[in-house]
Design a protein around this ligand. Sequence first.
Ligand SMILES: NC(=O)C1=CN([C@@H]2O[C@H](COP(=O)(O)OP(=O)(O)OC[C@H]3O[C@@H](n4cnc5c(N)ncnc54)[C@H](OP(=O)(O)O)[C@@H]3O)[C@@H](O)[C@H]2O)C=CC1
Ligand SMILES: CC(=O)[C@@H](O)[C@H](O)COP(=O)(O)O
Ligand SMILES: [Mn+2]
Length: 390
Amino acid sequence: MSRTIALLGSTGSIGTMTLEVVASQPGEFRVASLAAGRNIDLLLQQIEQFRPEIVSVADEEGRTAVRERFGSKVEVLVGLEGLIAVATHPEVDIVVTAVVGSIGLIPTVKALEAGKHIALANKETLVAAGHLVMDLAKQKGCAILPVDSEHSAIYQCLHRERSVDVDRILLTASGGSFRDKTRDEMRVATVSGALNHPNWAMGAKITIDSATLMNKGLEVIEAHWLFNMPYDRIDVLVHPESIVHSLVEFVDGSVLAQLGSPDMRIPIQYALSYPDRMPGSYKRLNLLEVGKLHFRKPDFERFPLLRMCFDAGRAGGSMPTVLNAANEVANEYFRMNLIGFLDIEQTVAHVMDRHQLLTNPSLEEVLEADAWARQQACQVVRELELGQEQ
Ligand SMILES: NC(=O)C1=CN([C@@H]2O[C@H](COP(=O)(O)OP(=O)(O)OC[C@H]3O[C@@H](n4cnc5c(N)ncnc54)[C@H](OP(=O)(O)O)[C@@H]3O)[C@@H](O)[C@H]2O)C=CC1
Ligand SMILES: CC(=O)[C@@H](O)[C@H](O)COP(=O)(O)O
Ligand SMILES: [Mn+2]
């Protein structure tokens, strides 16, 4: 096969698993470029092992550390310029976008403009600017291969199916750390409690999003763009075991589902090897051990962010951008112990209320809306602290 890969977010949960997949398939993949943030110790090990030609880091301190160790053996860039250079490396076939947050948008756009296929983990990119990213991919003939487990599942179920034959998509949700908690329990929830995901070991931001069900809401918007599916044909199903990764119902009533152990290396490898499959030694699913699978309706009252995501998606235009940016800020404030768990939804709701919708934003307008929402979210948090917001 021998595909050349760029990896954005190499030091994160998806990033490190991507490199595990690469290392487990000798001769199949070459890593030409890596982008990390501030975890320079890990990046140095990755450079040693994978020998990329270009790397990117978050700041000058990181650049100095890499240069001290590797001298001119590797080119080191910084910040957004670095992310773009990594994503557009001339020899790269596939860019794995595994940074967290809407910072992933511009490098993804630049990669598409340079004709790269995208293995997309960074769902915030599609939430922020799905209309622009999907149009650009189509125009350039580039594939957007989903890494997110649910979307990989749907992609696999849709393989060789006609879109006219699809009736609806069913996205499964574990329910997150607070699946069975009351609102009163959530009001006093701790960061460590929210970070205790029942099934998946993931980065901190997505784990908190999973606990608020924001992650599922973002995934609804991601599915809307990836599969060109109207919102009233996307349903969410709480499935505590995270074994059925998602399902597709067809017009004849037949339902296809993709199942597997909850291990992100499986969808990562599928995105990298698509349309082929490569052998993998990941833990096999044993349904006899699992025994029973459970499904139930999501509770929109206890988890209002899920409804807000449907609302933002249906409003369209700049609203999903604003929803996402406000959530990124509120999620981070919660992780820093500066606001309570339920203040996340309050912050997002107030920022959405204050937003004047742009119906078909350009990339520049998306970036402006993102920046506006971040600044508003900080303002709302200050007001919440002062007790000015209900
Ligand atoms: N983890 C999972 O299982 C899944 C994740 N996803 C999605 O994949 C994406 C990544 O998630 P995950 O791996 O969990 O996140 P992590 O927090 O574990 O990793 C984030 C990565 O992004 C880097 N990064 C963060 N900010 C910047 C920045 N400003 N500039 C450059 N690099 C930056 C971090 O660098 P450093 O650490 O060096 O600072 C790290 O390498 C998210 O969009 C998430 O929603 C989707 C499905 C499953
Ligand atoms: C592994 C993965 O794809 C995550 O996005 C996962 O979906 C999070 O679990 P939740 O279903 O709890 O959001
Ligand atoms: Mn997911």
